[in-house]
Design a protein around this ligand. Structure first.
Ligand SMILES: NC(=O)c1ccc[n+]([C@@H]2O[C@H](COP(=O)([O-])OP(=O)(O)OC[C@H]3O[C@@H](n4cnc5c(N)ncnc54)[C@H](OP(=O)(O)O)[C@@H]3O)[C@@H](O)[C@H]2O)c1
Length: 298
């Protein structure tokens, strides 16, 4: 594979996605920075990114993509492939935090969260995979969270969305390895981005008020997260290191966090258990990475 890669990123208007865009483009990778409504609510972000790309001659292309909309995802992926001829890395980054006691989260709020944080990556992966399978290479990257491995009260639905993402990303890694495609999961801890300001609150306040002292948990969790948040550039640097790691040598999971909660232990144990599950089902060989070897045709 050419060492300069073609990378498609979701949710590139702010936060991690914006930093990934700049960080990867500065290293010469071609970035398709996708976002919702580039001509409207994100117009200011677009003009800032374009001005930077022009000033420093960075290979950044902005495309519209709403990850909750199949047609929008399809159009952006088609446009990227038409321009660059390939997609080497798809970074599933778009997402948001939903905070509040679980009983106070409405089904509509839960549905929208899953539609973005979980079904968003489903749509993107389904759109890019035929191209990666044709190329016989590629990386699906999933921006999960520490909360994709441990559970915070008042973050149950967010955790559920990231646990779901982790399960899907891991299953993809087993199924795609034989075709030279890697699926990786990045589990960031708490980092300073607009995520805290963009947090959606559980809507059914009447339920919350009946919980006594427990109703203070969401505020306590949010205060603890935002007061210990690290520098988001650390996450962008980790993404750069991962995508520049040679094919077949990447890990399934990476943790980058300002605080050590012991997540490495969970991941190490999970890896051992998963290895024995795959062996028990006679799947160890089928799920091994094979460079550039196509199985079946697209
Ligand atoms: N910051 C942290 O502490 C932290 C820790 C662990 C994991 N994460 C994860 O990191 C990812 C990025 O979050 P962030 O911290 O960078 O926060 P952020 O600045 O709020 O970024 C979230 C991005 O997702 C986009 N987005 C939301 N819904 C979308 C949709 N339907 N279609 C396309 N884009 C959509 C937003 O776009 P708009 O501008 O259009 O709203 C925004 O660009 C999220 O998945 C989050 O769960 C963050």
């Amino acid at each position: 594979m050419n060492s300069k890669q073609v990378v498609l990123i979701t949710g590139s208007s702010t936060g991690f996605g914006r930093l990934f865009t700049e960080t990867l483009a500065r290293k010469g990778h071609t970035v398709f920075a996708t976002m919702r409504d580039p001509g409207g609510r994100n117009a200011k972000n677009v003009s800032e990114i374009r001005a930077l790309a022009e000033k420093d001659s960075l290979p950044i292309h902005i495309l519209e993509m709403d990850v909750t909309d199949d047609a929008s995802v399809g159009r952006a992926v088609d446009a990227a492939v038409a321009k660059a001829g390939r997609i080497d890395v798809a970074i599933n980054n778009a997402g948001y935090f939903l905070s509040g006691l679980e009983e106070a989260v409405t089904t509509e709020q839960a549905r929208h969260l899953m539609d973005t944080n979980f079904l968003g990556p489903v749509r993107v992966n389904r759109a890019v995979l035929p191209h990666m399978r044709r190329q016989r290479s590629g990386v699906l990257m999933h921006i999960s969270s520490g909360a994709g491995r441990v559970i915070l009260p008042s973050g149950g639905f967010y955790c559920a969305s990231k646990f779901a993402l982790e399960a899907l990303a891991e299953a993809y890694s087993y199924e795609l390895a034989a075709q030279g495609i890697e699926s990786v999961i990045l589990e960031p801890g708490q980092y300073e981005t607009p995520v805290f300001g963009n947090t959606v609150k559980a809507a059914d306040e009447a339920r919350t008020t009946t919980y006594g002292a427990v109703r203070e948990i969401p505020a306590k969790v949010n205060a603890a997260l935002s007061s210990t948040a690290g520098n988001a550039q650390d996450v962008a640097d980790a993404v750069l290191r991962i995508i520049e790691t040679p094919a077949g040598e990447k890990q399934l999971r990476y943790i980058v966090s300002p605080q050590d909660f012991g997540l490495n232990e969970i991941n190490a144990l999970s890896k051992r258990v998963q290895t024995s599950v795959l062996e028990a089902f006679g799947l160890a060989d089928d799920t091994k990475f094979r460079k550039g070897k196509a199985v079946g045709s697209v």
